[in-house]
Design a protein around this ligand. Sequence first.
Ligand code: SAM
Length: 461
Amino acid sequence: MTRLPPEYIERIRLLLGEREAEVFLHTYQKPRAFGLRLNPSKLTARDERFPGIAKRFGLRPVPWCEHGYYYEESSRPGRHPYHAAGLYYIQEPSAMIAAELLDPQPGETVLDLAAAPGGKTTQIAARMQGQGLLVANEIHPPRAKILAENVERMGIANALVIHSAPGPLAERWPEAFDRIMLDAPCSGEGMFRKDPEAALEWSVEAVKACAARQRNILRDAARMLKPGGRLVYSTCTFNREENEETVRAFIEEFPEFELAREERMWPHRLEGEGHYVAVLEKHPQGSGSASGSGKGERARERSAARKSGKPDKAAEAALRLFREFAEEALPRFRLPEEGSPLLFGEALYWLPQPEGAPFGAAALAGLRTPRPGLHLGDVRKGRFEPAHALAMAVRADDAALTADFPADSPEIAAYLRGESIASPEGAKGWGLLAVDGWPLGWFKASDGQLKNRLPKGLRSV
Ligand code: SAM
């Protein structure tokens, strides 16, 4: 049972009126809704395996999100091997509205400015269908790591995961993005039912501090958006200071923006927690004041970034090793066309570089980048070892060697515990361990064993 601060209750009464506030407050005594979003690069409702999965988890559609579903809490999809295979992302249903309203398109350059743990990033990536570039930023290093893991689990190849404060990013990348998602740090009033601890941290001062911080982050977001671009600002809180008032103050300061739409999600009016979303559109002419450089200058910067972003010899050599590996182990896999190899120590990445986006290797210099694109693998003592991220980004039938087991088989449980599995036919070399046809990770077959290559941090014990 959630204990609510008396001042919070008072503010809700002022916001909703006595009668509606009672209905709202009553929701704290009801169970909350649980949601997941399918990863359409691996599973959609049209897949013949979907009806069985829908039955297993008791799925019902979330009306405002194409791939969103409510699930029955007791079915625990977060603990199922399909979760490890990246078939879905567990996400609070109301939170699914923000990326829907951002409406990112394939081929665009999109920034998720406050991205961890990755609900909106992975939803944006699904809408982009692997085309264009998604930059997912998180200010706190441990959260950036979780974000990178979720991006990998969902098999997203066209995303960079970076961690930076918003200010330096705005300096680096003025008017660089077609769309920006700012799911701002907030006082979290809309999550008190999901996370009763958050109610203990609430105070009027905390609300004020959050609003001030949101205004600062919004300023940085404004600078990074291209003229004609779309910025979505969202919070999971109810008070007006962090929502409507923050947005009104923003538009006053940046008159080149227009409020195109505003939505509030209330737990007593729909099946989900609290969320606020504002869709802000930047005038196609921009203002000049928010941008750090003119058009000609930006074009020069981009061209310089592309030129100096040429892969070095070591990266080219590592890519050759990857290609030899792929020819043998992943004969049907093709790297996305627009990109270049990037070597960080022994780790080889495929850096997505769509035409016109200023994100060559040089553009990332000096930036902390936990995941500069798709991690292909590591070069150790002249040998190529494939990365877990690569296993999650390919299809089981891309591989020359796969071992596929049903979700409830002892082999899948053993693999997730990090154990080796007996090999049926004396196979040799790298292969994909799959659950009902979806890759879970690599094994290396030799001496009658499929040796487990699931990263230690992802094992279930
Ligand atoms: N968008 C995420 C999702 O859908 O999974 C949730 C983001 S959460 C609401 C807000 C994020 O903002 C947190 O990860 C937090 O670490 C980050 N944050 C905190 N202070 C920040 C700041 N000053 N600038 C940018 N981000 C900040």
